[in-house]
Design a protein around this ligand. Structure first.
Ligand code: CUA
Length: 168
């Protein structure tokens, strides 16, 4: 097969570039243990709904008064269905998936995270009062577009802490 010299140069350059890109990605992932933010805590995804950390989904307050929102994503819903949180108060979200990768995005805020089976995603944020749409932003199957829920943020004085305390 006769390949033009310039074409051969380009083919080799592309090959070298691909090797560099894949190599640097692999080096970062393996050598420096780079992974999505906050995906440090692991969990058995087949037990996501029975694990002590996720058995009870929803809002809870721990012994120090911090507010936690525990959420499980699965095709094609977020559990629990809806959340009510106090405004202007830090809330720590703990999320995991029972099946495939989902994306927890509180629309029009900076709160979002990939939700990966086998890992616990976590972030802490606070909200202004209002109603927020929570959408799944990782394509997870035929019902992906229906995987949405609501987050109600009410003034602090109007918010009532749930009875149950945090599982941990
Ligand atoms: Cu869950 Cu898309």
């Amino acid at each position: 097969m006769n390949v033009d010299l310039y074409e051969r140069i380009w083919m080799w350059s592309v090959g070298v570039m691909l090797a560099l890109f894949f190599g640097s990605t692999a080096a970062a992932a393996i050598g420096h243990q780079v992974h999505p933010p906050s995906h440090i805590e692991t969990i058995d995804p087949t037990k996501a709904l029975t694990d002590a950390r996720f058995r009870r989904q929803g809002v809870s307050v721990d012994a120090t008064g911090r507010i936690h929102a525990t959420i499980v994503g699965l095709m094609f819903a977020w559990l629990p269905g809806e959340l009510t949180l106090p405004a202007d108060t830090p809330v720590t979200f703990h999320m995991t998936s029972a099946d495939v990768i989902h994306g927890y995005e509180i629309v029009r805020t900076d709160a979002q995270s990939m939700v990966i089976p086998g890992y616990v995603s976590q972030f802490t944020t606070r909200f202004a009062a209002g109603d927020y749409l929570v959408a799944c932003n990782e394509y997870c199957g035929v019902g992906h577009h229906t995987m949405a829920t609501r987050l109600h943020v009410v003034p602090r004085t109007a918010w009532k802490a749930p009875e149950a305390s945090h599982g941990n």
